[in-house]
Design a protein around this ligand. Structure first.
Ligand code: HPA
Length: 255
């Protein structure tokens, strides 16, 4: 059971659930769906819960990622709903996340809290697994899924949306898309040595870019992409993966 999909806003399933697995961690209990894809178990986790009941700042990121690791997961594709502050990426586009800017404020952001444990720092030269990204591009092409491009994800604390001035600032800093959940998720994956890639579904223009943000737009654009996107993940999983072309397992440094 080495592979998982984390579904973000609007992505609450990815195939037929065969069984459920409850995993206990020191951070809390997590329920995982286990799917059968051609005889292989694939784990599915809805980041906000199936009924979208957990807001971004209260997601138990450490429990989620530790539970996946305990379940034997070594490769994760996740979906993230994002607003776009890049004129080239419009609602409905798929954007491969290549890097992030962290504007979160109040979340536990590491498994390593010192005390009796050694102090550790994790390398963020390639926060997102290069191998998973390359494989995603290849498979999307083969499956006819059009990719808008790649971009820098700005993670805000939420749950409020941004002000127009904040969006202008993020643009100047090099941000392309904005969301509320990818930090610390990607950081914790790296701390656990898990290969992790996040694929953005642009659900709306960011504040001040064009009109008002509506919930209707957000749900519609995600639904239009959900199935084909998860299909591409499954096809990559089906072909098999290895850790030969990335450094994800060796990113922790002890000083
Ligand atoms: N801002 C922050 N998070 C988001 C947005 C946005 O515009 N759209 C979807 N998630």
């Amino acid at each position: 059971m080495g592979k998982a999909i984390i579904g973000g806003t609007g992505v609450y399933k990815a195939g037929n659930i065969v069984t459920k697995k409850v995993v206990d961690t020191m951070y809390g209990q997590v329920e995982l769906d286990i799917l059968d894809i051609d005889g292989e178990d694939i784990v599915f986790l809805a980041r906000h819960g199936k009924d979208h009941s957990v807001p971004p700042h209260l997601i138990n990121y450490r429990a989620n990622m530790m539970a996946l690791k305990r379940a034997g997961v070594e490769y994760i594709y996740s979906t993230v709903a994002v607003g776009s502050c890049n004129e080239n990426y419009k609602p409905g586009d798929i954007v491969v996340i290549e890097d992030f800017l962290d504007f979160t404020k109040s979340r536990p952001l590491t498994f390593f809290e010192g005390g009796n444990e050694p102090v550790r720092h994790v390398d963020m030269s390639h926060p997102y697994c290069k191998n998973l990204i390359d494989r995603f591009y290849d498979m999307a092409k083969r499956e006819g899924l059009v990719i808008g491009g790649s971009g820098v994800y700005v993670c805000t604390e939420g749950p409020r949306f941004e002000t127009a001035q904040e969006i202008q600032m993020f643009k100047r800093l090099g941000g392309d898309v904005v969301g509320m959940t990818n930090v610390p998720e990607v950081v914790l994956a790296k701390e656990l040595g898990i290969c992790y890639s996040a694929i953005g579904i642009v659900s709306n223009w960011c504040t001040g870019m064009a009109g008002e943000i509506t919930l209707h737009d957000i749900q519609g654009t995600i639904e239009a992409n959900r199935e084909r996107l998860t299909q591409v993940f499954m096809e990559v999983f089906r072909e098999g993966l290895n850790k030969d072309n990335c450094n994800c397992s060796n990113s922790l440094m002890e000083l």
